[in-house]
Write a protein that binds this ligand. Structure first.
Ligand code: AMP
Length: 331
């Protein structure tokens, strides 16, 4: 594997006029950055796209300074781009991975139909200063069946982990592999997947992985819907029904007062249950680090209270046939 064959933006990837440089690996040989289509487009930078580990290694060697990493499954939206901007604030160069990881999907989930559009993703990433995109195939990431598995512990068994039993072991595996391949100083993950963020923080701490983990706030549409690649599945009126998730969280927060965690959960659940075509999976108020249930809201403004860290209010629900998650802090 491995030559970075440089191809013009219009060849193979369908990138036209973005100014991005696209390099694909094929056959044997060198790194791959070439082309100069960015002249004159100040806000657009060259992105080196690599698809195998040898080209990745070469592309990484050409970068200098502190390295930031953003891991994604592609179908990028403004939420992903905000992570890249955040990574740039913490690093001199930024690597973005695009990989729909089969190990974190159970049979019957949306692995096959998950949206994929590498050309559009690279074009978007070139506007926010990503330097390298690593977009490997499943066979590149898993050349042989993996015999080592990771159990990310108790956080991985509740809520998302209860509904999706193999999910977080698959996430922990691919995150560990990408961190080992790319060796960033800092990696940015979205608060949108709060349980994933908590698990990754714990994984990195427990295994002394020596990478700084930064959590980035949830990016929302103007009407409150948390951005997600899966929003593309919302057809017709379901886009409107999906607004019940953020509305329910706001209702839960409005119900918060000292002590009464149950009231918060009940107010949140009531909004979701009143909404047509919305099927609640869970509503929970948890400690954001341990994901254990919070039973008492700390007194407002209690600066001496050890639990100054806000509790996290979480919802998961299916809207039509699309499963969505969202969360907000409760202070
Ligand atoms: P995904 O492509 O869904 O695996 O997400 C890749 C990364 O982007 C994860 O760290 C997500 O938490 C993050 N992310 C996804 N949606 C959002 C959003 N609306 N706001 C902030 N981060 C997000």
């Amino acid at each position: 594997m491995g030559t970075g064959v440089s191809i013009a933006p219009t060849v193979g990837t369908g990138l036209v006029g973005t100014g991005s440089v696209v390099t694909e690996s094929a056959g044997t040989g060198g790194p791959g950055s070439a082309g100069t289509a960015s002249a004159g487009a100040a806000s657009v930078s060259d992105v080196t796209v690599v698809t195998d580990r040898r080209s990745l290694r070469e592309a990484l060697a050409a970068q200098h300074g502190r390295r930031g990493l953003v891991m994604t499954m592609g179908a990028l939206h403004e939420g992903h781009l905000s992570l890249v901007r955040e990574a740039r604030r913490h690093a001199d160069h930024v690597v973005v991975t695009i990989f729909v990881n089969p190990a974190q999907f159970a049979p019957g989930e949306d692995y096959e139909r998950y949206p994929r559009d590498l050309a559009a993703d690279v074009a978007a990433l070139s506007t926010v200063g990503a330097d390298i995109v690593y977009a490997p195939s499943p066979a590149e990431v898993y050349p042989a069946p993996t015999q080592v598995s990771l159990d990310p512990g108790p956080i991985s068994r509740v809520l998302e982990g209860a509904t999706r039993p193999i999910h977080f072991a698959g996430v922990a595996l691919v995150v560990t592999k990408m961190l080992n391949l790319i060796r960033p100083e800092v990696a940015v993950f979205g608060q949108k997947d709060a349980q994933q963020l908590a698990i990754i923080r714990r994984l990195v701490a427990d295994l002394d992985m020596g990478v700084e983990i930064v959590g980035a706030p949830i990016s929302r549409e103007a009407d409150g819907l948390a951005r997600s690649s899966r929003n593309a599945y919302l057809l017709g009126e379901d886009r409107i029904h999906a607004l019940a998730l953020s509305r329910a969280l706001r209702a839960g927060i409005a119900a918060a007062h000292e002590g009464a965690a149950n009231d918060v959960v009940a107010a949140t659940r009531a909004v979701l249950e009143a909404e047509e075509r919305v099927e609640v999976d869970y509503v929970a108020l948890v400690d954001p680090a341990t994901f254990e249930p919070v039973t008492r809201i700390p007194p407002a403004g209690g600066a001496l209270d050890r639990s100054a860290e806000p509790a996290l209010l979480l919802v998961a629900a299916t809207v039509g046939s699309t499963r969505l998650i969202d969360n907000m802090p409760v202070r």
